[in-house]
Write a protein that binds this ligand. Structure first.
Ligand SMILES: Cc1ncc(COP(=O)(O)O)c(C=O)c1O
Length: 465
């Protein structure tokens, strides 16, 4: 066991130690991978060292390095080494984190970690929650809990309000719980935010039409733009109208670690429920998301069931079965990696990470402007959306030009960017959550983009469309 462990540890350390020298993205087609990996399930085993070599050359060689300092696409993730070890401990112990009877210590750590998150965000005592596989599961769980506020006969008339910048996992969650498309109302946004005034008009219209306004699903850090909805205004309206206010803060919640970040999330402490992913901006390895619900008792009301063969697991008054708070019975001890990394690094380390990301964002915005790029939406949290405008090109051709820039960066392997559409225009995006990204990385990526712009202008770049 020691020998095998040493081999795996060496393998991971070599990978992490050389990350910066590796390509940020490595692709392969299905047919390439079929020819590399397809085989019947092996009847007899072989040497671990031999298998690890295959992991490197046949598998790892064809996957992006999400934690590469220049992987700035989508919402990336860059776990701390301590939290990677925490995940390994979780697998090693394999505690059953579903019921108190079987894992009281792990349940207490999950309670504690969720309480820390609650305190960062300023939610009151009585709030409860659970750690999930990620934001998608947390968003679905939130809708199931919010449904407890409806009588069964009201369900078909209930309306869910979302903004244009929502994450699509809410649409999928709505579909899973059986909402019809006409029960989802997209409320007009101004400047990418869900405006309380537009929402108030939509709610009034729906009440007049006999529908039942139910949940407002707002964003604290939209995936596209980083936009934060005006939670104070939305909470005032939701109080008046008795609506459930949910914050999808899967990405943005970690800003609450800093006073200036808390100011950006103003009003978030007033929500009924909040999705927060430690595996995004809190440097934790996949998978760990989370949900907090202000009226914590509703979680049990929505999920707890006790068949005969589970009668033994009934928790005491002040104990928690996390299996009673969500979809899964068998659960891994996800809280351990968060707890371990807070213990070893201190919350100060995570505050520094968020501060560092915000500083990089300001720097990137300034550098892009002075390097001839246009900032599209105003920068929020740690996301910058921008594009290059090539003089003399029409709108469609500007989009193609920017598409070629994204593709050229990806093909170089030196960085990985993603694109999006904002106000109908194609935009490039930077998202900073990685503790290893430096200002020099931003210099290098902007220099790369500038080089591709020049090559294109000189007619040296292969058209991709
Ligand atoms: C705002 C937001 N909500 C929800 C999700 C879904 O989270 P997950 O991918 O952890 O399921 C994402 C993922 O990027 C997100 O950015």
């Amino acid at each position: 066991m020691h020998q095998m462990t040493d081999q795996v540890v060496d393998h991971v350390l070599r990978h992490l130690g050389s990350l910066r020298e590796q390509k940020a993205c490595l692709f392969a087609s299905r047919s390439q991978l079929e020819s590399l990996l397809r085989e019947p399930a092996p009847e007899t085993g072989r040497d671990l060292a031999n298998v690890l070599a295959d992991v490197d050359t046949k598998i790892g060689a064809h996957a992006c390095r999400i934690n590469h300092p220049r992987f700035l696409a989508f919402i990336p993730a860059a776990p701390t080494f301590v939290s990677i070890l925490g995940d390994w401990l979780t697998a090693g112990y394999n505690f059953f984190a579903g019921v108190w009877l079987e894992a009281a210590g792990p349940a207490m750590v999950e309670i504690l970690v969720l309480d820390w998150f609650r305190e960062f965000l300023g939610l009151p005592d009585g709030t409860a929650g659970l750690l999930t596989s990620g934001g998608s599961e947390a968003n679905l769980t939130a809708l199931v809990v919010a449904r407890e506020r409806l009588r069964p006969e009201e369900r078909s008339r209930a309306v869910l309000y979302v903004g244009q910048q929502r994450h699509w996992s809410v649409d999928r969650a709505a579909r899973i719980i059986g909402l019809l498309p006409e029960q989802i109302h997209v409320v007009g946004t101004g400047g990418y935010q869900l405006q309380a005034s537009s929402l108030a008009r939509a709610v009034a219209r729906d009440r007049t039409a006999g529908r039942i306004p139910w949940v407002v699903f707002a964003c604290a850090g939209a995936t596209n733009t980083g936009a934060v909805d005006p939670f104070d205004d939305l909470a005032d309206l939701c109080d008046r109208e008795r609506l459930w206010l949910h914050a999808d803060a899967a990405y943005g919640w970690a800003a609450a670690l800093l006073p200036e970040g808390k100011a950006l999330l103003r009003g978030i402490e007033r929500v009924d429920s909040i999705t927060l992913d430690p595996h995004k901006w809190l440097a934790q390895p996949y998978e760990v998301g989370g949900l907090l619900v202000r009226d914590g008792a509703l979680l049990r009301q929505a999920f707890a069931m006790r068949p005969e063969y589970m009668a033994d697991v009934e928790p005491g008054e002040d104990e928690v079965n996390f299996a009673d708070h969500g979809l899964t019975l068998t659960r891994r001890f996800r809280a351990l990696k968060v707890w371990l990394s807070f213990q070893v690094l201190g919350v100060g380390w995570f505050r520094d990470l968020v501060r560092h990301s915000l500083t990089l964002t300001t720097y990137a915005e300034m550098l892009l402007r002075t390097s001839g790029f246009e900032i599209i939406s105003s920068t929020q949290l740690s996301i910058v959306c921008f594009r290059h405008v090539r003089p003399g090109l029409g709108e469609d051709n500007q989009d193609r030009h920017n598409r070629r820039l994204v593709d050229a960066v990806r093909a170089s392997g030196e960085a990985f960017l993603s694109s999006t559409r904002i106000g109908g225009r194609l935009a490039l995006r930077f998202c900073f959550v990685n503790w290893q990204t430096t200002a020099a990385d931003i210099d290098a990526v902007v220099a790369l983009l500038t080089r591709f712009v020049q090559q294109e202008q000189a007619g040296e770049m292969e058209p991709t469309d």
